[in-house]
Design a protein. Structure first.
Length: 464
């Protein structure tokens, strides 16, 4: 049994602290940026976010195969943290750059920079995720690593989301191109440092071997039933988070309003999108801390079903909250509880991917950890893309008026306001219900995973 150190878990956490910081800003603010700052129409922005995912369907598994067949003195997956980190930060800055060009040229720029960013994200995040499969051979320890990963991820996301609007205001204003550009420069610089720390503090302890060809890897993946079911469940989870998150900026601008203050023990504070999302990230961290003890008692599959059942009920409740001072507090409380449950979900899913990788290694005699974790990245990006595009297209269909087309005193039609309320409630609830149905058929129970790990011990070698 591999013995891992606390510093390795902390180092592994820095990796997702970096990538999640970027990802949350992309997921929650990029649709708003494209429509209200960059100047794209809602339809064009939705098509952009969705169409670029076609490339991910190719690039993610390609990266998984490359990583699985990389061998260096630093291991298979860990060196990509060092190699790709600079490109990751540069592409993030370019994504939030608004050139002074005509509409057609700007649309091309948006496609090019978005595809570049997602390619680089794949280049670092797929190997990073796959590291979980070679850092320990203990299924419970993988859940612990996943919990450290997600705890740090939500910590970074909290700082980024909580500070995003103040950062943009510091550099020119929340509604200015300069504010968004320089805000991203600050975020990108911090993310580069965190990826380097992840590289320096982690180690790969297991050396896995594949005895099959690339074609056989793909064929085994396509016949891997637990993988298909987990992909569906992960897609629903990411879709749930993205639909709610991408709606928040619009929800606060057009339903909550810009000058709402909440009073807490006599002290007033501004109730704004960054605060709402940031508190959600802190609550996610609480959920991450609860994941291991709950999963150890209930098992991973039962925990997944329980969490999503709670999300269905809480999401439906959000629709009926009125826009009153008491209602705003209720919205905040619901956001906290919902985020605790989504925080439980995140490390759970990544740990389940590691279990699926073990299942594939035993059944198909293929060490395709990178390929399997590339599908996790693909599910994350497809969930984000479908969620982001759905928000934009639904708002367009219900007559939402963007700031880019009407700069003064915008009054949204009732149909658009109703769509925003549905996007924060009934639509995420339906997605969570679908996740329950999918994972109901997932076959890798706690007992089955223990059996698989016992058989794998004779097939692996441990690196000192």
């Amino acid at each position: 049994m591999v013995k891992t150190k606390l510093i390795e878990k902390i180092g592994y956490g820095f990796g997702d602290m970096s990538s999640s910081t970027f990802w949350k800003i992309f997921s929650y603010y990029l649709p708003f940026f494209y429509s209200n700052i960059f100047g794209l129409s809602l339809i064009d922005a939705g098509v952009l976010v969705l169409v670029t995912r076609i490339w991910d369907a190719v690039s993610d598994p390609m990266m998984g195969i490359i990583a699985d067949r990389t061998n260096t003195r630093w291991g298979k997956y860990r060196p990509f943290l060092l190699w790709v980190a600079p490109l990751f930060s540069i592409c993030g800055i370019l994504l939030f750059t608004t050139p002074d060009w005509n509409y057609g040229a700007k649309l091309i720029w948006a496609y090019v920079t978005y595809i570049m960013m997602m390619t680089v994200y794949t280049g670092i995040n797929v190997p990073y995720g796959a590291m979980l499969g070679v850092m320990t051979d203990d299924s419970n320890e993988k859940t612990v690593f996943s919990s450290f990963r997600m705890f740090f991820a939500y910590g970074g996301s909290f700082l980024a989301l909580f500070l995003w609007e103040p950062l943009t205001n510091m550099f020119g204003g929340y509604n200015t191109e300069e504010g968004w550009f320089w805000g991203m420069v600050v975020i990108a610089s911090a993310c580069f440092v965190m990826f380097i720390l992840c590289f320096l503090l982690t180690r790969e302890h297991l050396k896995t071997f594949s005895t099959v060809s690339v074609g056989d890897d793909f064929r085994s993946l396509l016949t891997n039933k637990p993988w298909w079911l987990l992909i569906g469940a992960a897609l629903c989870s990411n879709l749930f988070n993205t639909v709610r998150g991408a709606t928040v900026a619009y929800f606060f601008q057009d339903i909550i309003g810009p000058d709402v203050n909440l009073v807490f023990f006599g002290l007033g504070f501004l109730f704004y999108a960054g605060l709402f999302l940031g508190i959600g990230e802190v609550s996610n961290m609480v959920g991450v801390a609860l994941c291991v003890p709950i999963a150890n008692v209930l098992g991973k599959k039962s925990t997944f079903i329980f969490v999503n059942a709670a999300l269905v009920v809480l999401s439906v409740a959000f629709f009926f909250v009125p826009c009153t001072p008491g209602g705003f507090w209720t919205m905040l409380i619901l956001q906290i509880i919902i985020s605790v449950f989504t925080g439980i979900m995140s490390p759970l899913i990544w740990s389940m991917y590691a279990d699926v990788s073990d299942y594939a290694e035993l059944k198909f005699k293929t060490a395709s950890t990178g390929l399997i974790f590339s599908s996790a990245s693909m599910a994350q990006k497809f969930g984000g893309a479908i969620g982001g595009a759905a928000v934009l297209w639904l708002l367009s269909g219900f007559g939402y008026v963007t700031e880019a087309t009407e700069m003064q005193n915008v009054v949204q039609p009732e149909s658009a306001l109703l769509a925003l309320r549905w996007l924060m409630s009934f639509i995420p609830a339906a997605v969570a219900l679908l996740a329950i149905i999918v994972v109901w058929f997932y076959p890798l129970t706690t007992e089955r995973i223990q059996e698989i790990n016992g058989k794998l011990k004779n097939l692996r070698s441990i690196i000192d």
